[in-house]
Write a protein that binds this ligand. Sequence first.
Ligand code: AMP
Ligand code: MG
Length: 349
Amino acid sequence: METRVLEIDPLEDCRAAYREAAALLAEGQLVAIPTETVYGLGADAFNADAVAQVFAVKERPHFDPLICHLPNAAAVHEIADVPEGLRGLVDTLAAEFWPGPMTLVLPRRACVPDIVTSGLPTVACRVTSHEAMRGVAKALGHPVAAPSANRFGHISPTSAAAVLKELGGAIPLVLDAGACSEGLESTILAPCLDDKGNPAVRVLREGPITREKLREVCRVLKPAKKGAQEDAPSAPNAPGQLKSHYAPSKPLTLCSPFGPFTPQPGVRYGLISYKGESKLAQMDCWVEKMSLSPGSGRLAEAAVRLFAVMRAMDECEDVDAIVAEELPTVGLGAAMMDRLTRAAADRNA
Ligand code: AMP
Ligand code: MG
């Protein structure tokens, strides 16, 4: 199959492109569509056969549910049944962070096919700030079920070029709106009642909406320590958040910016540094060095560039193994360290 790339400029009128993408989705085909976080591989969420194709093309296990993209916050109620006690919280979160990089896991309605939710009683809902995904969902008249447009477990694509490397030849169309402005997958939240019956959120996946930002508007449950009592036993967990994910094809190791790092003889190392100025970055064992935010270091810039830099290092012919510098785990650093830790995890463990 030939994959057509249709360039769009969201500052201009793109409705014809959105209609074209929606027409393919309505036929049961798949289209790669940009969001502000990463490119998504979209299917009509109400067409179980089309959604099955998403799993097949991505080689994604069926226990890993998909996110449904909606044209606006009101559409949540078409696929989710928000419990009375959580309505205030959901409204606050929607008003504060939608459209934006936030996904809410809510009790599902029967119209959502089992394959979308991996059979769970909940559905993941998102209203992205990217006009393209919202425009296509509006033109389709159904939610678009879309995971990241990469093969399962690989680095997420933050440009149309990266989508083509992952899925070129397997899908008919990519809408190309250039690089994604956030660069990290959405923050996934489960609104729930805590052990005292008060509304709260559990963070199922760290992302661009940080815990710090969330705490300004609602109660945020602390991550449950292993073996500890959950403070909201009814909250769903996040299936599919596998230990190994976001992985380059080369081995990736995490290392403190202060070292020590002991290179193995004969191995050519590439370093992904935060600012490019650390003790680690000054070692002379690197055949290639890339910085996420050169100079003073800005976490937002690092987040936008993380997956593109991981990809560039993975494609660098001189490099056998990648070393990534640990990042501060505040703000966006927490989401980036989540991705880097999974990228470094042993795939066979
Ligand atoms: P991706 O689309 O690849 O960014 O991944 C979507 C992720 O959303 C999955 O890996 C799950 O962890 C999470 N997710 C989607 N639906 C649900 C759900 N119903 N309950 C809990 N987590 C979900
Ligand atoms: Mg993904």
